[in-house]
Ligand binder design. Structure first.
Ligand code: ATP
Length: 215
């Protein structure tokens, strides 16, 4: 995201890709306006939150008119740097890593996994979905200067050591799929996605809260 947008609260910033994806679909179906109620129903965020989020970037919907889809889309594309390709490296080509390599991120976002790393000699030198797999020993050399994001799908025990090596590279963000809670230097931002924890939380809610009270 560009620096001039840094005033947007982080909770709002996290919802931007969600809004962006939905607005892109609306735009390609030829729709020119959208109300906060329609948006709310589609992205499952309450409409008061949507109105507040949108007010941060000067998009003020008119009563009975809604928001201009084109305006919003242009804003989001710029804010999310969708005009610029973000190059990504994936570390750990196991089951989850392989699935992510096979998943076509570029379809929805301007992001591309350019390379992958592993320590398993049987994987090094291979390609998955046309993405080359290098040995972790060559990490710094292969990352070069234009990989800004790393996806971590290694065993938890390997996560901190690898993160420490990223401090002196061009990497600015880590998407951590391992259950490890990693320490990162100030120059790197980390987001955690722990699928097992998410699943457990869902099951807990299903057991303990009647469905109609969840929303
Ligand atoms: P997943 O947990 O993604 O389903 P898996 O069960 O197949 O994968 P894991 O043991 O979790 O295997 O390892 C994930 C991948 O990370 C494997 O391909 C493994 O060779 C690789 N790996 C293990 N240690 C390291 C390391 N230090 N650096 C890079 N890759 C590693």
């Amino acid at each position: 995201m560009s620096t001039e947008q840094l005033k947007i609260p982080q909770a709002t910033a996290k919802r931007l890709p969600l809004y962006y994806r939905f607005l892109k679909n609306l735009h390609s179906s030829g729709k020119q306006r959208v109300s906060s109620a329609e948006l709310s129903e589609a992205v499952k965020v309450d409409s008061a939150t949507i109105r507040r989020d949108f007010s941060y970037f000067g998009a003020l919907g008119k009563k009975g008119y809604g928001y201009n889809v084109n305006y919003l889309l242009t804003f989001f594309r710029k804010t999310l740097d969708q005009d610029e390709l973000t190059k990504i490296a994936l570390i750990g080509v196991g089951n989850l890593g392989t699935a992510l390599l096979n998943y076509n991120f570029i379809k929805n976002n301007n992001t591309k996994i350019e390379m992958a790393f592993d320590v398993d000699e049987s994987r090094v030198g291979q390609k998955v979905s046309n993405v080359p797999i290098y040995h972790l020993n060559d990490l710094e050399e292969k990352l070069g200067n234009d990989i800004s994001v790393v996806i971590l799908t290694v065993p938890a025990i390997a996560a901190q050591g690898i993160t420490d090596r990223l401090e002196h590279t061009s990497v600015k963000g880590i998407l951590n799929f391992t259950p490890a809670r990693i320490n990162v230097p100030d120059s790197i931002r980390i987001h955690h996605i722990d699928l097992a924890v998410e699943l457990q939380a869902l099951i807990y809610f299903l057991r303990n809260y009647p469905t109609e009270l969840v929303n």
